[in-house]
Every structure is written in structure tokens, then in C-alpha cells.
Write a protein that binds this ligand. Structure first.
Ligand code: FES
Length: 180
């Protein structure tokens, strides 16, 4: 397997990755895959390129296909570049029954994009995702690490305007939330 030499974790991230790998017995490093993919996504601009997944495979001494299978299964991993503000609207049953479809359509109209797309200025990406375990406060969406619950279209408006006004701040999941 050949990996892109330009792709490597920062020292901090690598120390964390190593701690996580060391939790598992020799030959079972694959068990560390999910937390390491989270770190990789946080470290490399909020998405997992094929090169990044190959890099992760090389660290864990597993085949790239094993990483691709896991990364593409979970909706929290992004397979293409995302904007500075990643909006993830839950589309699972309870949220859908409580109006998630209206929320998605409203955001699509407001931002001029479809779910799965990024605005031309690179500011917002809209995704629909599976249950985020906040069904009791449906409909809901996640932006970075913040849950926005009991959504109404007015609330959505305020949240998006707030993010627009904040400009460049990244709102992705942060790697320091992974506990070794
Ligand atoms: S169904 Fe939306 S959080 Fe569970």
C-alpha cells in the first residue's frame, strides 16, 4: 500500500491516535478505527479523502477497503469537502414526523443548495443524517458540536443568520473531544 507522504497527523493528534491504538491487543488495532476516523476528519478539514483513509489504513495495518467500508457506512463521516459550517439535520422517523422535511426544504431554499451540497462561498454544507439520539426534542439538527432542538423555521432562521454573521469560524466536530 502506498500513502501520500504529505498526509500525516499533527504531533498532538498522533499522540492521541497512538494512545487509542495501544488500548487494543496486538493484531486487533482495527478496533481503533472509529475514533481514529473522527480524529482524521477533524484534523483534515472536516472530511475523509481517499488519501486520508489510505493513511489511516496504513497506521492500523489494515486494507484501505476496510476503512472505506466503515467510513461510508456512517453518516457522520464526510466523503467530500464541506463548508465552514456543517448543518446536519436528522431525518429519522421521529424528527421526520415532527417536521424535519420542512426544516430541510427551508434551509435548501434559504441557502440555495440541495441537501448534500455546499454553498458557492464555501460557508455552509447541508446534510441529512440518521438519528442523533435527541428524538424527544424533535425536530433537531446539529451544527458542529451543538444540538439545536425543538426547531421551528423561525429558530432555523436565527441560527443560520447567527452563523453567517460569525463568518469564518469552523463549526466541525473537534478532535480534542476524543478521550484517550
Ligand atoms: S429521530 Fe431525530 S434525533 Fe432521533
Amino acid at each position: 500500500m502506498s500513502t501520500n507522504k504529505n498526509i500525516h497527523f499533527s504531533d498532538d493528534a498522533m499522540a492521541l491516535v497512538q494512545k487509542i491504538i495501544n488500548r487494543y491487543p496486538e493484531g486487533k488495532q482495527k478496533s481503533a478505527l472509529l475514533p481514529i476516523l473522527h480524529i482524521a476528519q477533524a484534523e483534515f478539514d472536516g472530511w475523509l479523502s481517499p488519501e486520508v483513509m489510505d493513511y489511516v489504513a496504513s497506521l492500523l495495518k489494515i486494507q484501505p477497503i476496510e476503512v472505506y467500508e466503515v467510513a461510508t457506512f456512517y453518516s457522520m463521516f464526510n466523503m467530500k469537502p464541506v463548508g465552514k459550517c456543517l448543518i446536519e439535520v436528522c431525518r429519522t422517523g421521529p424528527c421526520w414526523l415532527m417536521g424535519a422535511e420542512d426544516v430541510v426544504r427551508y434551509i435548501e431554499k434559504k441557502l440555495g443548495i440541495k441537501a448534500g451540497e455546499t454553498t458557492a462561498d464555501g460557508m455552509f454544507t447541508l446534510k441529512t443524517v440518521e438519528c442523533l439520539a435527541s428524538c424527544g426534542t424533535a425536530p433537531m439538527m446539529q451544527i458542529g458540536e451543538t444540538y439545536h432542538e425543538n426547531l421551528t423555521l423561525e429558530k432555523v432562521d436565527d441560527i443560520l443568520n447567527d452563523h453567517k454573521n460569525r463568518g469564518n469560524r469552523r463549526t466541525h466536530w473537534e478532535k480534542d473531544k476524543v478521550k484517550p
